[in-house]
Design a protein around this ligand. Structure first.
Ligand SMILES: C[S@@+](CC[C@H](N)C(=O)[O-])C[C@H]1O[C@@H](n2cnc3c(N)ncnc32)[C@H](O)[C@@H]1O
Length: 288
């Protein structure tokens, strides 16, 4: 395991993932009933953008760096942008420019009675995450294989919640592992909301991933994608995609406003695109 998210924190793929995650969490918060968030590949939690890792690649400058000073973002994006701007390591007083990762953004959305389970396999990274998350009621940080731990957590007692699956895509089998994990999790917790992140480099791989998902028979699946340059198999990462299972009502309408704005702000070359398509509808099984 060589992947360190610190090199990529705050890039365009993170922005898409975290902006949409915050919208999903807002919908969960709209009902008084408690919910759980399971973050299967949680990372280190917080990243110093001007530090040794993110500072070296500078990827964040073409991601969150293009949005933080925007005077007029879509209203739906404001909670995410405000949270990023406001976040400082606990205790404050720490210099530098920081970006909160998925477990910290999720923790900020919890109300009394809600829970977060953050799982990270890399021991050193998990120790950092545990320190960053601190001791908070309802927050558990575990070291282990996110897919395996997830299986033991479902169905959650709350019967409401979001599972974020955001692996590093180091292994060739990651697309199929992710689809298999979703299949198993959905069997145990069919009413859960799921969010799967994936890189867009090779359109063929993405297409066959979508087909595998359609073949699971899981209903109510939306695909959201945003690329910042043309997709070719030789120029590397062009963008990112998300699969949302059981997306909140009207989220597609909100995203219809947010995605074009994000795609315009984050474009690095002509030829990028955004899309939002239902891979499977309510119960007809058709690809629409
Ligand atoms: C893309 S990063 C996570 C970023 C984080 N979700 C965020 O948005 O801030 C993927 C993380 O998964 C960890 N990881 C790799 N294999 C894992 C596994 N089998 N189970 C749990 N975590 C794993 C890596 O160490 C890395 O920190």
């Amino acid at each position: 395991m060589n992947y360190r998210h610190g090199y990529h924190a705050g890039n365009a793929g993170d922005v898409l993932k975290h902006a949409v995650m915050m919208l999903v969490l807002e919908h969960l918060r709209a009902k008084a009933k408690p919910f759980v968030v399971v973050d299967t590949h949680a990372g280190a939690g917080a990243y110093r953008l001007d530090g040794a890792e993110a500072g070296r690649t500078g990827e964040w400058r073409d991601g969150i760096g293009r949005l933080l000073d925007d005077p007029d973002p879509p209203a739906a994006l404001r909670p995410y942008l405000d949270r990023v701007r406001a976040w400082r390591p606990d205790g404050g007083g720490v210099d530098g420019l920081w970006y909160p990762g998925s477990p910290l953004l999720a923790r900020a959305a919890l109300r009394a009675g809600d829970r977060l389970v953050a799982i990270e396999a890399h021991a050193e990274t998990q120790a950092t995450l545990a320190r960053v998350l601190g001791r908070a009621r309802g927050v558990v940080c575990r070291c282990g294989d996110g897919y395996r731990v997830l299986a033991g957590l479902l169905p959650p007692p709350e019967r409401r919640g979001l599972v974020l699956i955001d692996p590093p895509f180091e292994a060739r089998t990651e697309f199929s592992d992710m689809a298999e994990a979703l299949r198993g999790a959905h069997r145990r917790f069919p009413t859960g909301q799921y969010m799967l992140w994936y890189p867009i480099k090779d359109p063929g791989l993405v297409e066959s991933f979508h087909q595998t998902l359609v073949d699971t028979g899981i209903p109510r699946m939306v695909c959201v994608e945003m690329t910042v340059k043309p997709v070719t198999t030789v120029t590397g990462l062009a963008g990112a995609g998300l699969i949302l299972v059981n997306p909140p009502w009207r989220l597609d309408a909100t995203l219809g406003d947010v995605l074009p704005w994000l795609a315009r702000r984050l474009a690095r070359a002509r030829g990028g695109y955004w899309r939002l398509d239902w891979l499977r509808g309510e119960d007809d099984g058709a690809r629409i």
